[in-house]
Design a protein around this ligand. Structure first.
Ligand SMILES: Nc1ncnc2c1ncn2[C@@H]1O[C@H](COP(=O)(O)OP(=O)(O)OP(=O)(O)O)[C@@H](O)[C@H]1O
Ligand SMILES: [Mg+2]
Length: 466
C-alpha cells in the first residue's frame, strides 16, 4: 500500500492517544472502585466492632452471649442491602446470629485476625468481614469469631455511579480529542491539498510557477524545485514551438515555388512519363503544403496565443454558410452531399474570424476526407450557439473520442493522407475562444458529429429587464 502522510499521522497520533486515554480511564476507574470498596469495608468493620461490644457486655453480665433483637434494626439497619451476622466459638459452633455465612479459614498472620472475603447466599453476592476475638473471663480463655456480611447493592450502585459519572464523560472527552486530532491533521495537510488541486486543474501547457501562498515551510523547498522544473520545461517547450514555427515558415516559400513551377511544367506539352512524374510531384507537394500549413496553424494557435486574437462579433450563420460554400466543389468531386443548416435568427458570437475559419475548415476537410463517396455531410448552426459538422461516414469509436484531439493521433486503419494535426488545431482554437469541442455518434448512430459549443455572447442589456 502507498504511504500516506495523513494515514501515518493519524495512526501515530490516534492509536497512542486512544490507548493512553483508555488505559488512564481504566486505571482511574479501578482506583475509584478500590477506594469505595475500602470505605464500605471499614463500615462493615465498624458493625463487627459494635456487635462484639454488645456480645462482650452480655457475656460479662449473663455469662453467655445474648444479643438484643434490635441488633438487626439498629446496628445492621440498611435500606439498600441485606445484612447477616454470626458469632462462632473456636470450634465453629454458632453462639449468636443467623449462622448463614460460611466460615473462612483465617490465616493467623492476618493483621488483627481480620479477613474480608466474598460469599454467596440465595444467589446473591455477599461481602463478609470475619474477625477473631480472644478474651479471658474467670480464668478461661474464650475465642470468638464474628462474621458480618452484606449484599453488594450499595457497592454496585456506587460502581455504576462512578461509571456513568466518570467513565462516560471520559469517553466523550476521548472522542472529542480524537475528533480534534483528525481535524488538526486535516488542517495541517490542507495546504498540500491546495497544492495538489492547483496542479490537478492546471493545463498541460501552463508553465507558470506554482503560487500557493499557504504552503508550509516544510513543503516550500519541494515547491521551489517544482517551480524550477517548470521554468526549465517552459524554455524547452518554447524552443520547440519556435523551431516548429520557424521550420514551417522557412519551408513555405520554397514549397509554394515548387508547386507553382510544377503547375507550369504540367501545363507544357510533355512526354507521358514526364507528365506522370510531374503529376506525382504535384501530389506530393500539395501534401507537403498541407502538412506545413497544419504545423504553422498549430504553432500559431498554441495556448498563450490569445493576445494575438483578433476578436470581433460575427454571425455564425453567415460565416458558416460562406465557409461551407467554398467546399462545395471538393464535395462534388468526392460525390458527397454537402449541406448547410442554420436558424433564421442570427447567431452572434465573438470570435477571430480567420482562426474560426481554420477550425471549421479542418472539420469539413475531415468529414469530406474520411466519408466514402455517396455520404452526406451537414454543417449546422444550432442554439447555444453551436457549430456542428455531422456526417454519415464511418464515425469515431467511443474509446478514441478523446484521443483524436491529441497531436499526431490518427485512427488505426485510416488509409487516407493526413498528419493527425487537424483536430488538435480545432481544439486549440476552440480553447482560445472559451468554446468546448465534443464528438459523438451522429443522429441514427452512424457517422460522426463534431460539436463546438461557444460561450453565450454577453448581451449588453439584461434579457428580461426587471
Ligand atoms: N469525420 C470523421 N470521420 C471519421 N474519422 C475521422 C473524422 N474526423 C477525424 N477522423 C479520424 O481522426 C483522426 C485525426 O483527425 P485529424 O484531423 O486530427 O488528423 P488528420 O485528418 O489525420 O490529419 P490532418 O488533419 O492534420 O491533415 C483522423 O486520422 C481520422 O482517423
Ligand atoms: Mg484532419
Amino acid at each position: 500500500m502507498r504511504k500516506s502522510l495523513r494515514r501515518t499521522l493519524l495512526l501515530w497520533l490516534l492509536v497512542p492517544l486512544l490507548l493512553l486515554f483508555s488505559l488512564g480511564t481504566v486505571m482511574v476507574y479501578q482506583l475509584a472502585l478500590n477506594y469505595s470498596e475500602d470505605a464500605y469495608d471499614r463500615a462493615l468493620h465498624d458493625s463487627a466492632s459494635d456487635i462484639l461490644f454488645l456480645a462482650k457486655e452480655s457475656f460479662k453480665n449473663k455469662g453467655r452471649i445474648e444479643l438484643p433483637h434490635s441488633v438487626h434494626e439498629i446496628l445492621l439497619a440498611d435500606q439498600y442491602d441485606k445484612t447477616y451476622f454470626s458469632i462462632l466459638d473456636k470450634h465453629g459452633k454458632l453462639l449468636a446470629g443467623d449462622g448463614r455465612l460460611s466460615v473462612p479459614v483465617i490465616d493467623s498472620d492476618d493483621e488483627d485476625g481480620t479477613a474480608y472475603y466474598d460469599d454467596v447466599i440465595n444467589d446473591e453476592e455477599i461481602r463478609v468481614i470475619a474477625t477473631e476475638f480472644n478474651m479471658t473471663e474467670d480464668g478461661q480463655q474464650h475465642t470468638w469469631r464474628i462474621l458480618v456480611g452484606e449484599t453488594r447493592n450499595k457497592r454496585d450502585g456506587l460502581a455504576r455511579d462512578i461509571l456513568t459519572g466518570f467513565v462516560v464523560p471520559q469517553a466523550i472527552i476521548i472522542l472529542l480529542a480524537a475528533g480534534l486530532v483528525v481535524l488538526g491533521v486535516r488542517r495541517g495537510l490542507a495546504p498540500l491539498e491546495e497544492l495538489r488541486e492547483s496542479l490537478t486543474h492546471r493545463s498541460h501547457n501552463d508553465m507558470r510557477p506554482l503560487n500557493t501562498p499557504n504552503v508550509p515551510v516544510e513543503v516550500q523547498p519541494l515547491m521551489r524545485e517544482i517551480n524550477g522544473l517548470l521554468v526549465r520545461l517552459e524554455s524547452v517547450f518554447e524552443a520547440q514551438k519556435r523551431f516548429i514555427a520557424d521550420a514551417a515558415h522557412q519551408l513555405r516559400t520554397p514549397l509554394a515555388g515548387l508547386t507553382a513551377q510544377t503547375d507550369l511544367a504540367r501545363a507544357q506539352d510533355n512526354p507521358p512519363q514526364t507528365q506522370h512524374a510531374l503529376d506525382q510531384i504535384k501530389i506530393v507537394s500539395t501534401r507537403l503544403n498541407h502538412a506545413v500549413s497544419q504545423l504553422l496553424s498549430l504553432a500559431r494557435n498554441e495556448p498563450g496565443a490569445d493576445k494575438s486574437l483578433n476578436l470581433q462579433a460575427l454571425d455564425l450563420n453567415e460565416f458558416g454558410r460562406i465557409a461551407t460554400l467554398e467546399w462545395i466543389e471538393q464535395a462534388i468531386e468526392r460525390n458527397i452531399d454537402l449541406g448547410f443548416d442554420a436558424p433564421s435568427t442570427p447567431s452572434i458570437i465573438t470570435a477571430d474570424a480567420m482562426r474560426l475559419r481554420e477550425l471549421l475548415d479542418n472539420l469539413i476537410d475531415n468529414a469530406l476526407r474520411y466519408c466514402p463517396p455517396g455520404s452526406r455531410v451537414t454543417v449546422r448552426i444550432g442554439n447555444g450557439p453551436t457549430l456542428c459538422v455531422e456526417d454519415t461516414g464511418p464515425g469515431i469509436p467511443e474509446e478514441e473520442r478523446t484521443r483524436i484531439f491529441d497531436r499526431f493521433h490518427r485512427l488505426l486503419g485510416t488509409d487516407t493522407d493526413g498528419n493527425g494535426l487537424g483536430l488538435a488545431i480545432v481544439k486549440e482554437i476552440a480553447d482560445l475562444h472559451g468554446a468546448v469541442v465534443e464528438v459523438e455518434a451522429a443522429a441514427g448512430g452512424r457517422g460522426a458529429l463534431f460539436r463546438v459549443r461557444f460561450p453565450a455572447a454577453r448581451s449588453p442589456t439584461p434579457r428580461f429587464p426587471a
